[in-house]
Design a protein around this ligand. Sequence first.
Ligand SMILES: *[C@@H]1O[C@H](CO)[C@@H](O)[C@H](O)[C@H]1NC(C)=O
Length: 370
Amino acid sequence: MKLYATALLVFSTVATAKSNDETKPINPLLLSSPRNIDHSAKYINLPISPGKLRENLQNHASGPQTYGTGSKPSHLDRTLADYTVPSRQEIGIGGGISGNNQGVKIYAQFKQPFPDWLQSITGLTKWPDENAPYIPLDDIDLSVVPKIPKRSLGDCSNVERSHCSFECYRCVAPDDIITCPVMSQTFDDGPSPSTPKLLDQLPIKTTFFTQGINVVRFPETVRLQHQEGHLLASHTWSHANLPGLSNEDIAAQIQWSIWAINATAGVVPRYFRPPYGAIDDRVRTITRQFGLVAVFWDKDTFDWRVNDRSKTENEVYQEVRQWQAETPGALILEHDSTIKTVNVGIEVSRLIHSKQMTVADCVNGPWYND
Ligand SMILES: *[C@@H]1O[C@H](CO)[C@@H](O)[C@H](O)[C@H]1NC(C)=O
């Protein structure tokens, strides 16, 4: 409990903007990229003021940085949103948990700058919040979209079979992807503060369905994913239930997620996974215009349930072994949003212990649109 309090102190020191905090300088030895995190190290508490943090970031703006704290606070299992400093929105704060000693590292990275080309397309000067505005584009025609009613999440009461909803009827369109010739993991919702650990320990190339709002918050992590040969794909801008939105808002969720990945890693995504698997032919008519292929899954780990302990890690591993006995190939749904689901992902990759494919390679398709 004492160690928790030490770690919490760092979080709260960062989170409250006091101009004149007493701070020690950061030990440069503690600065590192996530790749170089020593997972066995235990770090001492090293309070830092927002001003010092900013100064330090500006002097070493090339990458994420690590600075010390005490031991593992249980709230590190929450999502990255908890660590973003509201008054310093250009800086994302992430944490990672190291090996046996469970020392905590916090690294900060600059939010992705809003590029000039995007400013000229949108007329805006910064990334939007979760309610991204629709920006009309010449090659997107919403007048051809079929008139299928909006519906809220989980409401399948008036959904016609002909609308081809995946979440209500497991309906897939001919151009949708649902499986893979070999057992292959996929990770939704990130990047998060826990993603660097996954990148560190995953022995295979995988597919990341990212939320645009997280992409611009953790651009260094996204570039690392790209550099290390993983496939970057879209999971919308802010995890929207697409069938519940207007045509314009669906287009906004898609266009901003594409722009975020393009601005950050310089690639234009070709694959997207609708949050909750929620889709119908109204949504597809819009997403296809952006050149996107919809990707689902045929094996669900429900790994997010380990977060509230309504499912155990061992139950996940049992099921994966069962799938391996039943079938040579599958697309497995996982999440890189918390340290618990990341740990499960690492263990599942060891269980599968064979060649996996990215979604693009599953269908022998291009990795990106140009
Ligand atoms: C991708 O980024 C480049 C600039 O690097 C820009 O010219 C291009 O329009 C962008 N494409 C999309 C689809 O966002």
